[in-house]
Ligand binder design. Structure first.
Ligand code: HEC
Ligand code: HEC
Length: 302
């Protein structure tokens, strides 16, 4: 009996020991990924100064979702606060006290936006540069002009900090991209952006962010790895189960602008229409044209 107990004890100890080793290894892999230095040289873009370009920059900043994560005054907000993952906080982008505005060159900003890499060469957490890598120089220039023009706000957000388990989790969940910089094709030249217009090509340029939730084929379905309370993003192609063909272009524009239509109400906590509503009618037409040009997939065929 005594020897049996002893063996059970040894076994349990070994399992526990192994588990601790695995967790420690995952933790240090996470640390190494976050501290990796990326050597990225970026070119400059021309930054316009006219009031019209600044207003455009603000609009792009809003419909691309920057404002939702960085705050209405660019003052920095808590993006994620979860003991299991840590705290991810957006920096104050203005020139006020505690802001990074005056310390960053245009190249620093471009590197962060297009490559997801901070001024010290390390990757930024959750900054979705996989989408912004494709921004045209023109759009990027207007965004920079807008960031440089906002009134200074005094606010010193804490730096982002993953928790111990956050470093472990980032190595086990594939569904959530902690470090977009790892997925940006830094060495490849981004494809030439399409000319603005109500074309499917321009619609695709405006729709890169939709795929994160609606799936690579935009056919909707549950997002792998997301919490179960998330509603399944609907089918955005013209295939079976999609509401978009019946809504038509005007109905589509209306639902993105107002968040409701035909008895449907879209929850902005899950579907960021409050960002997309800042697109012009022509931009939303381009998005609709693009969606209706896609192969008609069945719902959920991700
Ligand atoms: C999903 C949320 C999200 C969106 C959308 C987003 N950002 Fe960020 N951004 C972040 C987070 C989080 C950080 C800080 C990451 C960190 O602390 O490692 C960040 C960092 C930055 C930085 C780096 C600042 C520095 O320290 O030098 C810049 C510049 C920036 N974002 C600009 C933008 C612009 C411009 C857009 C839109 C084109 C945008 N962001 C969209 C979340 C977001
Ligand atoms: C962060 C995830 C997310 C992103 C990004 C996103 N969506 Fe959605 N979308 C959803 C979810 C979830 C719903 C369902 C919301 C609900 O039922 O309240 C939805 C609903 C919709 C609907 C309503 C469709 C219907 O049949 O009711 C449309 C239209 C739509 N999204 C278009 C878009 C477009 C266009 C983009 C990109 C420009 C986009 N979405 C980006 C998550 C997202």
């Amino acid at each position: 009996m005594k020897t049996a107990m002893k063996w059970v004890g040894i076994l349990l100890g070994a399992v526990l020991g192994l588990w601790v080793i695995v967790v420690l290894v995952l933790y240090s892999i996470g640390q190494a990924r976050l501290n990796k230095k990326y050597d990225i040289v970026v070119g400059l873009v021309s930054v316009p100064a006219e009031a019209e370009a600044l207003a455009e920059g603000r609009r792009i900043f809003r419909y691309r979702g920057c404002e939702a994560c960085h705050g209405e005054q660019l003052e920095g907000v808590v993006y994620l606060d979860n003991p299991a993952l840590g705290q991810v906080i957006t920096p104050n982008l203005t020139g006020g006290l505690g802001g990074i505005g005056l310390q960053r060159s245009d190249q620093d900003l471009i590197r962060s936006i297009k490559h997801g890499v901070g001024p010290d060469g390390t990757p930024l957490l959750f900054m979705p540069s996989t989408e912004f890598y494709y921004l045209s120089d023109e759009d990027l220039g207007k965004i920079l002009a807008y960031i440089r023009s906002v009134p200074p706000v005094n606010n010193q957000p804490q730096p982002s900090q993953l928790s111990f388990t956050g470093f472990v989790v980032m190595n086990v969940t594939k569904a959530i991209t902690f470090l977009p910089a790892e997925l940006v094709p830094h060495d490849q030249e981004a494809p030439a952006p399409p000319e603005p217009g109500t074309t499917a090509e321009y619609g695709q340029y405006l729709s890169i962010s939709c795929m994160v939730c609606h799936g690579p084929a935009l056919s909707g379905g549950d997002i792998p790895g997301f919490p179960p309370e998330w509603p399944a993003p609907p089918n955005l192609t013209s295939g079976a189960g999609s509401r978009l063909p019946a809504w038509g272009e005007d109905g589509f524009i209306e639902i993105i602008r107002m968040g409701k239509k035909h008895g449907r109400r879209i929850n902005p906590d899950y579907m960021p229409w409050t960002s997309y509503r800042h697109m012009t009618d022509d931009e939303l037409r381009a998005v609709y044209t693009y969606l209706m040009s896609l192969p008609p997939e069945e719902f959920g065929n991700r």
